[in-house]
Design a protein around this ligand. Structure first.
Ligand code: CAA
Length: 286
């Protein structure tokens, strides 16, 4: 069995950058695919800032940082992924875009034991697996934001994911990346978002109905329940567009009103108020 040494990350938004960073920090050769140079430059800046933060807080040495940066390369051509042993897809939470990525990497990756992982939070792994000629090698590997900080990874096999793929993916995440795995069945939202998203949507409905201010809703959960951040600030961190997409996938799957995105969330996404990444969401970040 080939050891996983060469990792490909498709997409370098908040999650893709974080996944690429932790893989490079773990000593792996990492190739990141993006759609254009602007997106690539933004990702390089994000990763450099995060590694710099690690050095300032004493978690990393300057040599660790430089080594990680040397192990990271970027491309705009998925054809460059031919020699990868593991591909982690972390593009936008959109089934069609993700399916196209899986079709494309399936065509180019030559390692017959390669693992194709998706960081999706809510799209069925089965659908992504069926876009490839090797669904037994496709598995959900769902990280949490900020990836360098949060320990959890949800491991999500589809009905067709092979035992060997599951074992190798779990060993990689725990032994190489030092994360902790929980397993979930292939159901929209998996374990964490099935619990988290109704809570975030409830906070948005509370704000929408004039029940309380954003500050009071967030302070309620930080000071009253010792959460590290309140639900509206957390939605800003995840991204309002991503929260909407996850809620819609979960609503599609279960038809439960508690997963249905409230109108305020929809209007804010239409307005480009996407949270921290756009400078404004329920709070201001300018
Ligand atoms: N990259 C690297 N390191 C980071 C970081 C980042 N983006 N953000 C924070 N850190 C590090 C800091 O360097 C700091 O390290 P030290 O303690 O060694 O100095 C530590 O994390 C704490 O950071 P701060 O002191 O700056 O800030 P904080 O204490 O307020 O913590 C936080 C910030 C880690 C984001 C914390 O508020 C938190 O954990 N919030 C909850 C996040 C959460 O719930 N995420 C899950 C979202 S759901 C998801 O991701 C899945 C999905 O599908 C939607």
């Amino acid at each position: 069995m080939t050891e996983i040494q060469r990792v490909g990350v498709v997409g370098s938004g908040l999650m893709g950058s974080g996944i690429a960073e932790v893989c490079a920090r773990a000593g792996l050769d990492v190739l990141v695919a993006e759609v254009n140079r602007d997106a690539t430059e933004a990702a390089k800046g994000r990763i450099a800032a995060s590694l710099g933060r690690g050095v300032r807080s004493g978690k990393l040495t300057a040599e660790d940082r430089d080594g990680a940066l040397e192990r990271l390369r970027f491309t705009t051509d998925l054809g460059d992924f031919h020699d990868r042993n593991l591909v982690v897809e972390a593009v936008a939470e959109n089934e069609q875009i993700k399916t196209e990525v899986f079709k494309a990497v399936d065509k180019v990756v030559t390692d017959q034991q390669a693992i194709f992982a998706s960081n999706t939070s809510s799209i069925p792994i089965m659908k992504l697996g069926m876009a490839t000629s090797r669904p037994e090698q496709v598995v959900g590997v769902h990280f949490f934001n900020p990836v360098p900080v949060l320990k959890l990874v949800e491991l999500v096999p589809s009905l067709l994911t092979g035992e060997q793929t599951q074992t190798r993916a779990e060993a990689f995440v725990t032994e190489k990346l030092g994360k902790q795995v929980i397993r979930s069945q292939d159901r929209a939202g998996f374990v964490v978002n099935a619990l988290l998203v109704p809570y975030l949507l409830s906070a948005i409905r509370m704000l929408e109905s004039g029940f309380a201010s954003p500050e009071d809703i967030d302070n309620g959960m930080v000071l009253g329940c010792a959460h590290p951040m309140g639900p509206l600030r957390l939605t800003d961190l995840i991204g309002l567009d991503t929260t909407k997409a996850i809620a819609e996938s979960m609503y599609d799957e279960f038809k439960e009103p508690l997963y249905s995105p409230p109108p305020l969330l929809l209007r804010m996404v239409d307005a480009g108020l996407l949270g921290k990444k756009s400078g404004r969401g329920f709070h201001n970040y300018a």
